[in-house]
Design a protein around this ligand. Structure first.
Ligand SMILES: Cc1cc2nc3c(=O)[nH]c(=O)nc-3n(C[C@H](O)[C@H](O)[C@H](O)COP(=O)(O)O)c2cc1C
Length: 327
């Protein structure tokens, strides 16, 4: 029996590129979110930033995530993304939505008053959301906001913050159930979603639960707390099959080793096609490692991958993983 859990791939800078989004789309993610895009850099015409917004064939609906601290600049970047009016724009399908990042804990971002720093400045966060929502409304595209529980344990404001962002125009909220202070540890607190989901229900705005979802049982805990959807980040990096399992738990069978290696090989090939051989191979080393983690001889294989520079050799090494498991 298929489940009706709505699942998405969480935005991850350096990871949720088109090649990985396509893999998760194939596995059944209902939608996928881009890496975060600097509103400032995009409006200044930075080409590398614009490349992050490319949408390739075969992707589930793609939500483009932006960050910034200036409501006008954020709104302008939303317009640029939604009109596709920038050099290098390439959309196989129009963006399905815009998400504003109000959760990034990285100092380089928060020191500019962006990402999770916006949780310390609700009036500005409200202005940014309202300006972005207005820009989105012109194109009939929904706006969402992703944030954390609060800045630190003394300022857990998720329910109020989500409510304010929804009132300002966000039609979906994603809550990463940690504070900024917690970064990515200790474990996430799904129970913290209960109050936020309840507040959002008053406005008919769905809550997406996020944080440490590694199994279908983890997803169900978020749903039990009142979330309408779940968003998976790190667990998908080596196990995109999780989306398939969440969609159809009863008929799910874990992938065989050959299937894992075939998928990684296809993924690496796409990374190389999209980023060129030098960058593609450099990035593939770490990306492939997530998939082979825990396999017999994986340290040796990782070491060989780290020293290889061409796609053909990379694929041969990956292929040898299968043999390695048979000895
Ligand atoms: C390497 C990395 C990059 C991330 N980049 C972003 C980002 O660009 N935008 C964002 O909103 N969250 C970002 N996040 C946070 C994730 O979307 C997610 O909220 C967090 O990892 C918790 O979910 P998980 O336990 O399923 O990974 C990032 C997380 C990681 C580990």
């Amino acid at each position: 029996m298929s489940s009706d859990i709505i699942t998405s791939l969480a935005p991850m800078a350096g990871y949720t590129d088109a090649a990985f989004r396509r893999i998760c789309s194939e596995m059944g993610a209902d939608y996928v979110v881009s890496e975060m895009i600097s509103s400032m850099a995009l409006t200044m015409g930075d080409r590398k930033t614009a490349d992050l917004a490319k949408i390739h064939p075969g992707e589930a609906p793609v939500i483009l995530q932006v960050f910034g601290h200036d409501p006008k600049v954020v709104a302008r970047s939303v317009e640029i993304l939604l009109t596709g009016n920038y050099p290098g724009c390439s959309y196989a399908a129009p963006p399905a939505g815009i998400d504003i990042n109000m959760g990034c804990p990285v100092k380089k971002i928060t020191s500019n008053g962006e990402g999770s720093a916006l949780m310390k400045n609700i009036p500005l966060a409200r202005e940014i959301t309202a300006a972005a929502a207005e820009a989105c409304a012109k194109y009939g595209v929904p706006l969402s906001v992703k944030h954390r529980l609060g800045w630190d344990s003394d300022s857990v404001i998720a329910a109020e913050f989500a409510y304010e962002m929804a009132k300002a125009g966000a039609s979906r909220i994603t809550l990463h159930t940690r504070t900024r202070e917690q970064m990515y540890a200790p474990s996430a607190s799904p129970e913290a979603c209960r109050e936020t989901a309840e507040r959002l229900r008053e406005l008919n705005v769905p809550l997406v639960g996020n944080g440490d979802i590694e199994t279908i049982e983890d997803a169900k805990v978020y749903l039990a707390m009142g979330c309408s959807e779940v968003s998976v980040g790190r667990a998908a990096l080596g196990n995109p099959w999780l989306f398939r399992q969440m969609k159809d738990p009863d008929s799910f069978t874990p992938p065989s080793l050959e299937e894992v290696i075939a998928l990684v090989s296809r993924f690496v090939t796409q990374l190389v096609q999209e980023k060129g051989e030098t960058v593609g191979i450099r990035e593939s080393r770490g990306r492939a490692a997530y998939f082979i983690r825990g396999m017999r001889g994986s340290a040796k294989i990782r070491d060989r991958l780290n020293h290889c520079t061409g796609l053909k050799e990379f694929l041969t090494i990956l292929e040898s993983t299968t043999l390695e498991q048979q000895v």
